[in-house]
Design a protein around this ligand. Sequence first.
Ligand code: SF4
Length: 364
Amino acid sequence: MKTWTTEEILAIYHQPFFDLLYQAATVHREHHDPNKIQVSSLISVKTGGCPEDCGYCPQAARYHTEVKIHDLLPVHQVKAQALRAKSNGISRVCLGAAWRNVKDGPEFDQVLDMVREVTKLDMEVCCTLGMLTENQAKRLEEAGLYAYNHNIDSSEEYYKEVISTRAFEDRLETIDNVRKTSITLCSGGIIGMGESVEDRCGMLKVLANMTPQPESVPINALVAVEGTPMEEEEPVNIFEFVRMVATARIVLPKTQVRLSAGRTEFSKEGQTLCFFAGANSIFAGDKLLTTPNPDVNEDKKLFDLLGIIPQSPFEKHPKREVVEKENAQYQPLGENPKWTRPEHTIERNEAAKERGKRFKASSK
Ligand code: SF4
């Protein structure tokens, strides 16, 4: 398989716009049906109160944002939400928990039950739960998990400007653990955090050089939430975003390229350009974890206008058998791995934390 350099990816990214679009659309048609888009729905199964300091995230406990914290949802509630999503033509449900890493115990057992129950609805289930050991990945695989999301967020170099509570290598280690199972990998990042185009292409380089490449790559545009360290970042320009999608499509030809956070900022025409450039997955529903997202009906109208049909579940990869917990081969090991805590200082994260502290003190 080809090994990409950042320079090669930059050369693709900087082509004249129409050349880039033509190349991306050509690659897209070679590997995918251009009139099919996979539609996912995100359920925040545990919201807020996260100990990490990701500079873009309103769920980090240290920043003061409007996010309403809630504990782990009961399985029946998640199942009901998934059924509602299914009735809206959604084929995949992504279960997100604001955790640093998975811990063996009743909460993880509850998530495993969610995975079993939603998989039995004939829906693809993806989880995003933070860092994960090999045994935990195997337990998710046995429960029937279809995909695990673990974003690398940005280039290795810029990662240090975004998060100080864990290291880029920890992300790669979790990805390796997922790759020891048959669970598919969803990993991408965010643009608009103040990074350079070199960082954006550097991130694509890491993803494109994975063997195998991720089955799914979300490209998020930062939603600058008040109270987070990135609250003042300017919105991403649509032409830069389309360039990023097109470049991702070219270097990740078989991957499903997902439009994730930030889609609400783009016009229908802008989103259409993204689809033409090779984006073939969206998140539907009025919320993406904690930030706004276009309404399902708006997406349906756009699909009708463009003649797009939603991808069926398990079209790209087969459904996995669900092993009930009493028959499970992998049991909890009570692991407590020491994931890295680099704790270098990121000025804007520290400033937002201080603002959060002042707010908490003044509201006592
Ligand atoms: S992105 Fe995830 S790990 Fe980072 S603060 Fe938010 S919930 Fe926590």
